[in-house]
Write a protein that binds this ligand. Structure first.
Ligand SMILES: NC(=O)c1ccc[n+]([C@@H]2O[C@H](COP(=O)([O-])OP(=O)(O)OC[C@H]3O[C@@H](n4cnc5c(N)ncnc54)[C@H](O)[C@@H]3O)[C@@H](O)[C@H]2O)c1
Length: 364
């Protein structure tokens, strides 16, 4: 099925091909109503164009919603490069990709995603002025998981306030599923706030690392964690953690974590609500990473980025309040908040898209 037939509402979808370097990429711009579309580039061995296109479309729309909810003046975009990053990623290919992104004239700004890293963004930036997620040596902010974990903690405080009346996890038992870059840092925030923490990870090494840092942390099997007597479950591994098999087993009153796309399918948000479980929407609470790269656009200030990530506390409160007022699950309320902000900006702009323009690349 083609782009038009899908009726996803995307503003622009660009197919990029360069035989000399083997580059095959798709850049999807969902909206520029609020500003340039920002979103990472995923480098993945898609089996076909039919697999890559929906990923670019879905991920760019999700970025637009995340930015809109976070109060950022940015639209949503995403790049996907078809190939195995371990085999196909070359400097020449990344430079070629940079030329295509540059050709969009700032309507799309790229960053890291699965399969791309800060050093790759430094290569893309040789040919392109519209790159974030760069190394600190190149003026970037570096590892985005620091602010992501901090933001998730703020969102969790808002959820705790809604359920138990106070924005703290002190005295609560929190289960963190996945203790990689984000989960491990979240554990530190939780312990500092006075929570007790149980972790689970498919990687024994990841569990070992977190327990070496914090001896008081308990570890259990991945499959055992959701069914434990927890106050909060925090999915911080891959997407799809919440489905019609896991939700009925939950004992936690709150689900709030860093993983993207936690709801495995539509309807799970209702399942959670019916069980009296407060679900803090993933893209609302994990916006810290996006906030970090967005701050790079005007010259990175860690203090400013952290202050904005602190705002995830209030944003989550706002989403939960809207959910209560409109009688819908928080995930639906977050979507409504984002859609309204994008629609208002689009109306203000008279429906006009953002024109190309902006600085020239460092290397002409
Ligand atoms: N890093 C960021 O800035 C950022 C920003 C927004 C969202 N996210 C999302 O947060 C999640 C974690 O990101 P990360 O950067 O920490 O990744 P990571 O790869 O560093 O960590 C993921 C961890 O999850 C573990 N894991 C994998 N499958 C698991 C399973 N079934 N059960 C339990 N553990 C499992 C892995 O072993 C690993 O330790 C991802 O969904 C990512 O998309 C990350």
């Amino acid at each position: 099925m083609g782009v038009f037939d899908r009726q996803t509402g995307h503003e622009q979808v660009v197919f990029c091909q360069d035989a000399a370097t083997g580059l095959q990429a798709i850049v999807a711009v969902y909206s520029t109503a609020l500003g340039p579309s920002l979103g990472g580039t995923r480098f993945h061995p898609y089996r076909s164009e039919d697999e890559a296109l929906p990923d670019a479309l879905n991920l760019s729309r999700a970025m637009a919603y995340k930015a809109a909810c976070a109060g950022l003046d940015l639209g949503g975009g995403k790049g996907v490069i078809v190939g195995d990053p371990r085999i196909d990623k070359t400097e020449a290919l990344l430079e070629s990709y940079g030329r295509f992104v540059q050709a969009l004239g700032g309507r799309y700004i790229t960053a890291c995603d699965v399969g791309t890293y800060v050093e790759d963004m430094d290569v893309v930036a040789r040919e392109c002025a519209f790159v974030t997620g760069r190394s600190p040596a190149a003026g970037g902010a570096g590892d985005s998981s620091i602010l992501t974990a901090y933001g998730v903690f703020q969102g969790m405080r808002a959820a705790a306030e809604a359920v138990w009346g106070s924005p703290t996890l002190a005295g609560r038992r929190v289960g963190v599923s996945g203790v990689g870059k984000v989960g491990r840092r979240l554990v530190g925030h939780l312990l500092a706030d006075g929570a007790s923490v149980v972790v689970a990870d498919v990687s024994a090494e990841a569990v070992g690392r977190v327990r070496a840092e914090h001896r008081e942390v308990e570890a259990v099997d991945v499959d055992a964690l959701p069914g434990l007597a927890l106050d909060v479950l925090s999915p911080c591994a891959l997407g799809g953690a919440l489905d019609d098999r896991t939700v009925p087993a939950l004992q936690a009153r709150v689900v709030c974590g860093g993983a993207n796309n936690q709801l495995a399918e539509p309807g799970v948000e209702k399942l959670l609500e019916d069980r009296g479980i407060l679900y803090a929407p993933d893209y609302v609470v994990n916006a810290g990473g996006l906030i970090q790269v967005a701050e790079e656009i005007g010259g990175y200030s860690e203090a400013r980025a952290r202050a904005r990530a602190t705002g995830i506390l209030d944003t989550t409160r706002k989403v939960l309040r809207l959910a209560a007022e409109e009688g819908v699950p928080p995930a639906v309320a977050a979507d409504r908040l984002a859609e309204r902000r994008i629609a208002e900006a689009s109306a203000r702009a008279g429906g006009r898209i953002l024109p190309a323009g902006g600085p020239r690349p460092a290397r002409p």
